[in-house]
Design a protein around this ligand. Structure first.
Ligand code: ADP
Ligand code: MG
Length: 240
C-alpha cells in the first residue's frame, strides 16, 4: 500500500502507525466521532501530517473511514504535481495516510491570515482551483476556512479532499453537469473566503457571483451535497 512521492523524505515514511504517533508533536484536529485525528509528525528535520480515522467511532473507523481515506488519497494522487497540493507521502493503512506538511496560516485564523490575503494570493488560489478542475477534481468544501493554507511566501495550498467530486466519463452527462456545478461552487467559495478576510478587495465580478449564488437554489443544493457525506454518515452511523 505504500506509495512514496517524496524523494526528500525517507525516515518518516518508513514508520508504522504507532511509530508515527510516537513522533507526533502537535494535533491539528482531535480524532473521535466522525472526525479523523490530524497530527504533525516530526522526525529529525523531516515533517509530515498524518490524517487517521482509527480513533473515530467504530462505524466510522471500519466502514466510512477506509472509504473516505480511499477517496482522499485518490484525489491527492490525481492532483499530485500541481503546486499548492500537499504531496501524498504514503498511505499508512486503510484508514490513515501521510502527506507533506504545509507551514502557514488558514483563513479560519482570520487575524493571522489577513496580512497574506492579497489580491495576488487570491489570483493564485483561483488558478490552483482551476488547475484542480482541469484534472477532473472538484473540492466541494472550500468554504471551510480550515481547508486553505497560505504559506509565508503567500502561496495558497488546498487540503482536505474528503468531499471531492470527480468529473466522470464523457457520456455520463448528468454526472458531468453536476461536476460543473461543483466547480462553480468551488469558485464562489474562494470569493467567500475573500469576503470573509478582505471584503474591500472583492471585485465587481466576485460580488456578482456571491449575489447570484445566494439567490440560487441549485448552488445551495450543490453546497449541501458537497458537505453531506460526512453529515449523513454522522447522522446515521454514529453515536451522539
Ligand atoms: N498537509 C497539511 N499541512 C498542514 N496542516 C494541515 C495539513 N492538512 C491538514 N492540516 C490542518 O489540519 C486541519 C484539519 O485537517 P482536515 O484535512 O481539514 O481535516 P477535517 O476533515 O477534519 O476538516 C486543517 O484545517 C489544517 O489546519
Ligand atoms: Mg477540513
Amino acid at each position: 500500500m505504500s506509495s512514496v512521492y517524496a524523494p526528500g523524505m525517507s525516515a518518516i515514511t518508513k514508520l508504522d502507525l504507532a511509530g508515527l504517533y510516537a513522533h507526533a508533536t502537535a494535533v491539528f484536529r482531535q480524532g473521535g466521532g466522525t472526525r479523523p485525528q490530524v497530527s504533525l509528525i516530526e522526525l529529525g528535520s523531516e515533517r509530515a501530517v498524518l490524517k487517521d480515522y482509527s480513533r473515530s467511532d467504530p462505524w466510522f473507523r471500519f466502514v466510512i473511514g477506509p472509504l473516505i481515506t480511499y477517496r482522499e488519497v485518490r484525489a491527492l494522487r490525481a492532483l499530485r504535481d500541481i503546486p499548492g497540493i500537499p504531496r501524498l507521502l504514503r498511505q499508512v493503512n486503510r484508514r490513515a495516510f501521510l502527506m507533506e506538511y504545509i507551514e502557514g496560516v488558514t483563513p479560519r485564523e482570520q487575524d493571522q491570515a489577513r496580512p497574506f490575503a492579497s489580491p495576488e494570493m487570491f489570483e493564485r488560489l483561483y488558478e490552483l482551483v482551476q488547475a484542480m478542475h482541469a484534472r477532473g477534481v472538484a473540492h466541494c468544501d472550500l468554504r471551510s476556512g480550515g481547508n486553505t493554507i497560505i504559506d509565508k511566501q503567500g502561496q495558497p495550498y488546498v487540503v482536505d479532499f474528503v468531499s471531492n467530486f470527480v468529473r466522470g466519463s464523457a457520456w455520463n452527462l448528468a454526472w458531468r453537469w453536476a461536476f460543473d456545478r461543483f466547480c462553480e461552487a468551488d469558485i464562489v467559495a474562494v470569493a467567500r473566503l475573500k469576503k470573509r478576510l478582505v471584503p474591500d478587495m472583492l471585485t465587481p465580478a466576485e460580488r456578482q457571483n456571491l449575489q447570484r449564488e445566494q439567490q440560487s437554489r441549485l448552488a445551495y443544493w450543490a453546497r449541501r451535497t458537497g458537505q453531506s457525506i460526512r453529515n449523513i454518515s454522522r447522522f446515521f452511523l454514529t453515536r451522539r
